[in-house]
Design a protein around this ligand. Structure first.
Ligand code: HEC
Ligand code: HEC
Length: 283
């Protein structure tokens, strides 16, 4: 791991950590004593020259926060997963259907979260899981779309993540998804805001360092949706992106915007090989 030179502004903001090797600890994450989570692995080929190893945000949190994710009874995010299980089986909309009517058990969706965002051939677009859920609600159930990254949405996304835990993130970045992926990559490396920082300034060049009181991770999304102790709810990836962009004092995009959809695909692909870990627990 090589640390690149800090920009003048970043140098003012960042203080170095006493820890070594990017500041990630050596703990291992096994959920419920059963589900082994790959939290560190070799970076995917497309990150050549950028990162050698990819690391889950879990490694950068303190021991107490880490422990909350190791048992579903201690993970506050699982309360929302239970709520989503009820929603899954509840009829809604003009067609008299529930998710279960067409999809069976939530467990039948194992593996789905790992490959999203994904190109949808029929629609001719890259779809995030939230978009797919809302498409099912509006076109298949005759129900209203849920608010992007609202409570119902993040709970359902967390349910779908929970049944894929331990499976490797494996989003496709080639073929028809390539153009969206390129757009996301460009956004990731573009410096914005008064502070003139890109996602990479913090999460690629400075992970392991502290920014104010926060231990910087690689900004991976394999653990999303994430239960944050800060706001005591599940947070979707776009919600998190928004907060990070705001921190650079830049104009931000909206949840569900084409920019954030592209950025989600790109950021997800930086985690190809890590396990699906959501719902995770973070500060
Ligand atoms: C009337 C049947 C029907 C209902 C009800 C329904 N879906 Fe779907 N769902 C589908 C079909 C058909 C597809 C494949 C759509 C496509 O590829 O465009 C799909 C696809 C999906 C996928 C993507 C699967 C994959 O492998 O990519 C997810 C996730 C999903 N639905 C979630 C839900 C959720 C959550 C609900 C309830 C809120 C729901 N669906 C309700 C028919 C339904
Ligand atoms: C000024 C530095 C800074 C910039 C720039 C920044 N972030 Fe962050 N980000 C943080 C901090 C601090 C946290 C909380 C600690 C952590 O997990 O790194 C965080 C957390 C995250 C997380 C949560 C990781 C987890 O495991 O829960 C994601 C995802 C993320 N950032 C993505 C992004 C993306 C995408 C961009 C560019 C649009 C971005 N960040 C720009 C500072 C930054």
């Amino acid at each position: 791991m090589k640390f690149k030179a800090l920009t003048a502004v970043a140098a003012l903001m960042l203080t170095s950590t006493v820890a070594v090797a990017g500041g990630a600890d050596d703990d291992s994450l096994v959920i419920n004593g059963d589900i082994e989570i790959v939290t560190k692995t070799a970076a995917p080929a497309h990150l050549d020259g950028h990162l050698d190893e990819i690391i889950s945000g879990w490694h950068f949190r303190d021991n107490e926060t880490q422990a909350m994710e190791m048992d579903d009874f201690d993970n506050p995010g699982m309360i929302f997963v239970d709520q989503a299980r009820e929603t899954w089986a509840t009829v809604d909309g003009s067609e008299g259907k529930s998710c279960a009517s067409c999809h069976g058990e939530p467990e039948d969706m194992a593996g789905v979260k790992a490959v999203y965002p994904k190109w949808n051939e029929g629609a001719g677009e890259v779809r995030t899981l939230v978009m797919q859920i809302n498409d099912c609600r509006t076109t298949r159930m005759g129900a209203d779309a849920w608010k992007y990254d609202g409570g119902d949405t993040t709970a359902m996304e967390a349910l779908l993540a929970s049944v894929s835990r331990g499976m490797p993130v494996n989003v496709a970045i080639d073929g028809p998804a390539a153009a969206t992926w390129e757009k996301g990559k460009e956004l990731y490396y573009t410096r914005t805001g008064i502070l003139d920082l890109s996602c990479a300034s913090c999460h690629e060049q400075n992970y392991g360092n502290y920014i104010r009181a926060d231990h910087l991770s690689q900004g991976q999304i394999n653990g999303f949706p994430a239960y944050r102790l800060k706001n005591a709810k599940l947070n979707g990836a776009h919600n998190r992106f928004k907060g990070c962009v705001r921190d650079t004092r830049a104009e931000t995009y909206k949840e569900g915007s084409p920019e954030f959809i592209a950025l989600e695909l790109y950021v997800a692909s930086r985690g190809n090989g890590l396990s699906v870990e959501g719902p995770s627990v973070r500060n």
